[in-house]
Design a protein around this ligand. Structure first.
Ligand code: NDP
Length: 283
């Protein structure tokens, strides 16, 4: 009789469509490098099957899983509790199984913050965020909890930007204001950090949000959430004007690392994960 353990730790992701999501490669490369016997299973879960998928993860004692589009809000009704920032953000992308209780976290904003902190401590800074979708919401809440002084949010649909500003103003010490994005955005005086949190640039290296790039200066830090292609036109134009740039692969790597830390209290090697993604994206 062998004493070997043939049972791997189970983790994974529920989303649809899921085939274009490279997270499985990145996390499994991290597990392998750390010598962790765990799997990350990328599952295509349709909205009508979400409840059963969560019951399955619970039944099979997965220790945690991510969820992505379109489940980040709907998943909440299947969970037992939420971490503070997930409650403020109103969306969950990372679930931990604590002795059978499923706890929802949101690591998108935390992943962004970790990536941003590689170039600047945002405490006391003034930030301009373009977009007011799920990523913008998560980033705004985490930046506010990280004590930025002020957030200016531009979005085509004003109400979404106003909702984020309200969450920030009512729950944190940071101040936030919302603007309708009806004409070209000019980066106002006094801004330190400019963030593209729209989906503009995803899958299109020539796409750029409607911002006057000549208002971007060398003292600015410009960050983009777009992971693919990572070197977006906004970042190229900003770098050409001397600004410091932060691309979306760092956010992806860090939200993955934070998730694994929540699930099993282990640190994965960021360089191994970054290299895996760089090979996939050819950057
Ligand atoms: P949502 O669909 O929730 O939000 C999209 C946002 O983009 C909305 O604010 C929308 O504005 C805005 N937008 C879309 N097209 C335009 C346009 N032409 N001009 C101006 N604004 C526009 O998506 P998410 O917030 O979930 O995701 C946004 C991006 O972030 C995605 O591309 C995703 O890949 C990326 N992301 C990256 C992560 C990473 O780890 N790097 C993690 C999570 C997301 P409106 O409301 O007016 O329509």
């Amino acid at each position: 009789m062998s004493n070997q353990n043939f049972r791997s730790i189970l983790t994974g992701s529920f989303s649809t469509p899921c085939a274009g999501n490279p997270t499985v490669r990145m996390i499994e490369a991290g597990y392998a490098a750390a010598g962790i016997d765990a799997r990350y299973i990328n599952c295509d879960v349709k909205p009508e099957n979400l409840r059963e998928a969560v019951r399955g993860a619970r039944a099979m004692e997965w220790i945690g899983f991510n969820c992505s589009i379109p489940h980040k809000i709907k998943i909440i009704e299947h969970l037992d509790d939420l971490a503070e920032s997930a409650r403020l953000i109103g969306a969950v992308n990372c679930i931990a199984n604590r002795n059978g209780k499923l706890i929802g976290n949101n690591t998108d904003g935390q992943g962004f913050l970790a990536s941003l902190k590689s170039v600047v401590d945002p405490a006391g800074k003034r930030v301009l965020i373009m977009g007011a979708g799920g990523a913008a919401r998560a980033i705004s809440v985490e930046l506010a909890l990280a004590k930025v002084s002020h957030i200016t949010i531009y979005n085509q649909e004003l109400e979404a930007a106003q909702n984020i500003a309200k969450i920030v103003n009512e729950n944190t010490e940071a101040k936030a204001e919302a603007h309708e994005w009806s004409s070209t955005v000019k980066v106002p005086e006094g801004i330190d950090i400019v963030i593209n949190a729209t989906s503009v640039g995803f899958g299109d290296a020539e796409a750029i949000a409607d911002v006057d790039v000549n208002t971007i200066k060398k003292n600015h830090i410009v960050a983009d959430v777009i992971p693919n292609p990572p070197n977006t036109k906004l970042l190229r134009e900003s770098a050409a004007r001397g600004a410091t740039t932060v691309h979306g692969l760092g956010m992806l790597v860090n939200q993955g690392r934070i998730g694994v830390k929540i699930w099993m209290d282990k640190e994965l090697d960021a360089d191994v994960m970054k290299k895996t993604l760089s090979n996939i994206f050819g950057v």
